[in-house]
Design a protein around this ligand. Structure first.
Ligand SMILES: NC(=O)c1ccc[n+]([C@@H]2O[C@H](COP(=O)([O-])OP(=O)(O)OC[C@H]3O[C@@H](n4cnc5c(N)ncnc54)[C@H](OP(=O)(O)O)[C@@H]3O)[C@@H](O)[C@H]2O)c1
Length: 431
């Protein structure tokens, strides 16, 4: 039986999960690949810390180069965009196939990394970089390869989904829900990557780049997180028949595409609205397939290591049959015009505006909206006994261009009757 030596760089959450599963499921993996996959080396800065797994002492090393030199398959699991990039490029230059879960690195330097793999005629696999346990990258590269992709959207960050679920179901404030997410290990002590939408942006960039055949720069993707979502937004959304989620969205719009990340209000009763806690959900629509939906765990040791090992298995099969690059890691076949700027998208909008409770307020606001050709679909102002305090009014608009709503908001924000920053949430009707 052919053998392949697996070298893991990074013995943290995912690295530990991968090592454990490679050992525990070794006979299943051997049967499915027809290869003996040997856990050869694991490198980490700290090889003394207990990781809850018993290993031969010779496996652990602090020498990254040793792993690169001695292993047949290199698994990068340290994260970050500097050392990880160097390791991956070096491995590829040595002609060694690589597995990575590093979405931040791929979103930023995917172009360069994939070009290096192509040049060296070797493979890079990255299933775990998007939605952990959901095989969405494999689906785009293989199962949906016949399709012209029309849209991809969904919940790509479990931390944000957990926070929004706690707010909606247990009336927790954003701050309390974030604290709970941190206590449970769903959110980092410095949570910005997740809650400000960057992690979702990395993932939608990877999916959109694969779907539309051109590497998209994350700096050109509008990215807004969930910090501004308040409990009152959640309650108003419920009254209006919607649920608030953080979405990554990539869509065709005529010949062009839009890629964006922001909170959305989606209709209650849709499957997406019922995806709660730390779960992920991704909808892909293509021609000829129509719509297809993926659901599952997006992160965590178990889901992520399952995806990493699936990639190791793919590589082992390629090695066995000397067929590397049978499924290219990325194909440059750009089939759209431009990545549209955010001003060009159209949407319905929810606006929550805190105003002085006095006659004529609604007419002032609706006049400005009217001038920008924005029509109101519904309006809520609950009665209040505290006449001295600003009161919220909520407006839902019909579909309009982002540039029109932004122009109107700029003017409304300067009215003396308007207090606080106006909160805007885009509405996706998911049709
Ligand atoms: N955790 C998840 O659920 C998940 C899901 C999807 C994708 N991912 C991705 O998977 C990758 C790994 O994530 P993780 O959660 O396993 O991270 P982690 O727990 O922080 O593990 C990373 C490990 O690599 C070590 N390391 C850092 N720099 C190193 C270097 N220069 N040389 C050797 N070792 C080094 C770290 O050591 P120190 O602790 O001493 O720094 C740590 O033990 C990241 O790219 C992440 O985005 C993770």
């Amino acid at each position: 039986m052919k053998k392949a030596k697996v070298g893991i760089i990074g013995f943290g959450t995912v690295g530990t999960g991968v090592a454990s599963c490679l050992i525990e499921n070794s006979s299943i993996i051997k049967a499915r690949t027809g290869m003996d996959l040997i856990l050869h080396k694991i490198a980490d800065l700290d090889i003394e810390r207990p990781r809850g797994i018993v290993l031969d002492k010779n496996i652990l090393t602090t020498d990254l180069n040793l792993v690169l030199e001695e292993s047949d398959i290199i698994v990068e699991l340290i994260g970050g965009t500097t050392t990880a990039k160097k390791i991956i490029l070096k491995a590829l230059q040595m002609g060694k196939p690589v597995v990575t879960a590093n979405k931040a690195l791929l979103a930023k330097h995917g172009n360069e990394i994939f070009a290096a793999a192509e040049k060296m005629g070797t493979d890079i696999y990255y299933e775990a970089s998007v939605a952990g346990g959901i095989p969405v990258i494999k689906s785009l590269r293989e199962g949906l390869a016949a399709n012209k992709i029309e849209k991809i959207y969904g919940i790509l960050n479990g931390t944000c989904n957990y926070i929004l679920t706690q707010m909606a179901q247990n009336s927790q404030s954003f701050e309390d829900a974030l604290k709970k997410a941190q206590e449970l290990g769903y959110a980092e002590a410095e949570p910005s990557l997740d809650i400000d939408g960057f992690d979702t942006a990395h993932k939608i960039v990877i999916l959109a780049s694969l779907a539309y055949g051109n590497w998209i720069n994350p700096n050109n993707v509008y990215t807004e997180g969930i910090r501004n979502i308040s409990l009152s937004d959640i309650k108003y959304a419920k009254d209006l028949g919607y649920t608030i989620k953080l979405f990554g969205i990539a869509k065709r719009m005529n010949d062009d595409i839009q890629v964006r990340v922001h909170p959305v209000m989606i209709p209650n009763g849709t499957i997406m609205a019922s995806i709660n806690e730390a779960n992920n959900g991704i909808f892909i629509e293509g021609k000829p397939i129509g719509g297809t939906l993926f659901y599952g765990k997006g992160a965590g040791m178990a889901a992520t290591s399952s995806a990493v090992i699936a990639d190791i298995i793919d590589i082992a099969r390629n090695l066995k049959h000397s067929s590397s690059r049978r499924i290219p890691c990325f194909t440059n076949d750009k089939h759209y015009g431009i990545l549209l700027p955010m001003e060009e998208i159209d949407s319905r909008y929810y606006l929550r505006i805190n105003v002085t409770d006095e006659p004529g307020v609604i007419s002032k606001i609706s006049t400005i909206l009217g001038k920008e050709k924005i029509s109101i679909s519904s309006l809520i102002q609950w009665e209040t006994s505290e006449t001295s305090k600003p009161v919220p009014i909520v407006i839902v608009t019909h579909s309009t261009y982002e540039k029109n709503i932004m122009k109107a908001l700029k003017k409304i924000q300067t009215l003396s009757i308007v207090h606080d920053k106006i909160n805007l949430i885009r509405i996706e009707d998911l049709q």
